[in-house]
Design a protein around this ligand. Structure first.
Ligand code: DGP
Length: 115
């Protein structure tokens, strides 16, 4: 837990967010600055800085986040057409919030490679 981490504060209900799914371990909410018609963020409640900070003991949590991303995508109606799950890591990876999050993007065709 981190007192001033924006995603920890959302997880604790101290900052508003449009939450679409939540459980004891994780939550999914709408990105404030959406890059696609549907843009969700999936985060662990526990403060983990990034995918790169995951430990072998976090295996269950890592899987849980992926399954929550899949569940949220299904509930948003993205599964048939397809969607993208991406994690930005560190400064060159484009990470701006230092709390692990999976972006779930859908509702339009995605291009590759990413910028
Ligand atoms: P990244 O660049 O991968 O670290 O993505 C961080 C995302 O978090 C970015 O798309 C904008 C979003 N974001 C930042 N602050 C907030 C916030 O307070 N609420 C919500 N819902 N999203 C936020």
């Amino acid at each position: 837990m981190s007192d001033d981490c924006v995603f920890c504060r959302i997880s604790r209900g101290e900052l508003p967010a449009k939450i679409v799914l939540e459980d004891e371990e994780a939550l999914a909410f709408r990105d404030l600055n959406p890059q696609a018609p549907t843009h969700l963020l999936v985060i662990p409640r526990r403060h983990v800085e990034s995918v790169d900070a995951l430990e072998p003991s976090d295996q269950a949590l890592a899987g849980h986040l992926l399954l929550l991303a899949r569940k949220a995508a299904r509930e948003e109606g993205l599964s048939e057409a397809g969607y993208r799950v991406v994690a930005n890591i560190g400064s060159e990876g484009g990470q701006t919030v230092a709390h692990l999050h999976l972006h779930v993007l859908g509702g339009r065709p995605m291009s590759w490679p990413p910028g």
